[in-house]
Design a protein around this ligand. Sequence first.
Ligand code: TRP
Length: 321
Amino acid sequence: VKTSLTGITPTHIPHIGNYLGAIRPALRLSETYRTAYFIADYHALTTVRDPAALRGHVHDVAATWLACGLDPEKTLFYRQSDVPEVFELSGGRAGVTATGQRERGVAYKDALAKGEAPNAGSFYYPALMAADILLFDTDVVPIGADQKQHVELARDMASRVNHLFGEGTLVVPEPLIGEAPLVPGLDGQKMSKSKGNTIPLFEGGKKLRKLCMSIVTGSETLEEPKPAHGTTVFEIYRQFASEAEVRALEDRLAAGNFGWGHAKAALYELLERSLAPARERFVALRSEPAELDRVLARGAERARQTAQATLARVRARIGVR
Ligand code: TRP
């Protein structure tokens, strides 16, 4: 069985775009792969510098994945900072990594491009991420296209180590860029926290209704027929609806005398209803942070066993103790 591993940076409460783009596909992979999904709290430090907020985001993310159906007995589910072995691998490998490789890292280059003094975090970010991946003999890393380069760096590093110390020292991972739907946000651009156009996954009631009603739409009159495909309301709707519901909404939009307000109300009702069970689980899980910590700590215990086995193999190969 192949291993699929990915990290989730806890910078915000997950939104619908995160769910459709990352959480749902990753959970599907757990049916066919050995899976390890962890909360990359050290990676969040490049943006979150408030300890209470960081802990809160970790709990938001943990409760979200569990509420969406992650089974911590099946999937290795842990917090990165509970697995210190990551640092030995990322630091130890520094001796065989060219600085040029790190300078090409996207996070580092982005900071330079914005005229910011890149902090060392963005410089070492890819090295830490590579250790996250390589420590678990990962075969595939499901990620968004923006993270592809980081996985390629991990590949390069693993190949280099294997070249120096023998094949099989590290497993060379591959990025897995799923055909995640492009989920538009309230303003029609890609849904993303930094754009402020998100629908939080577990929002409900009046707030959810208000968000749905604020989606930007075309300016057709009530009577006019309207396109479905490519519109924000429809593209989000189709991700949660049954085939019959999708067709019905398409037909109503095409027929005219059905306004965008009606379509938004239909979207609101669909989200309210289809996310209700997970929303209830989320609220219950999120109200017990100590229990979430226990789930993550149990996962970390198992993760450390795997990590230590990998480290023992690597140490023996490279000649350190
Ligand atoms: N950098 C990733 C992101 O921001 C999160 C991450 C950290 C990660 N370590 C990882 C993803 C290892 C995959 C594998 O999305």
